[in-house]
Design a protein around this ligand. Sequence first.
Ligand SMILES: [Zn+2]
Ligand SMILES: [Zn+2]
Length: 213
Amino acid sequence: MSGCSRPSTKIIPVTMAWLVLIGGTTLFFVFVIPYLATKYGPLVVIVHSLVTIFVLANFSMATFMDPGVYPRAHEDEAHEDDFHAPLYKNIEINGTTVRMKWCGTCQIYRPPRCSHCSVCNCCIESFDHHCPWVNNCIGRRNYRYFFQFLLSLTIHISIVFSSTLIYVLDHRLYVTAPHCIVSMCLMVLIGLLVVPIFGLTIFHIVLVIRGRT
Ligand SMILES: [Zn+2]
Ligand SMILES: [Zn+2]
């Protein structure tokens, strides 16, 4: 992984994503869940705790995992320089010709679907995109966790929104009470996030169905 590092200056979006996710979920568990547990039984708490754990586990994997960094040439191996290395090199793998493109930064020929990330400054296998919200590339190794995170996050915010709506409707005579104000703020927060999250999830479901990952 030499030469491949994620810039510490870009941690603001990922820190905000973690704060919103942890903060919003904590408010939900403190203010809304206890009421739902008395109304519908303890199963509500168990199910939603499991969903939350799944969301956080997949978010952690997408954030902290190696996305599939293509190893760089060592200094002594990197005998070709940008001026002398041809841009493409064809190699034969199991009878099929594969076109490899030269990466001047990593000093390697990279296989198809491997791309250089300018943020991480390294080549990533099956590069999907660099996600600022996890401050990591999404590639061969962590795509599955990123996808599972999007799916579970969609379920998570749907449950939080509908549960909070039930709570507010049941307490509509006390809308100025602190619990109700917090609940309504939570619904506004989800209202702001729902379009980008649902949009991204549907986009990736379509990609997975088409087998483009
Ligand atoms: Zn590269
Ligand atoms: Zn990257």
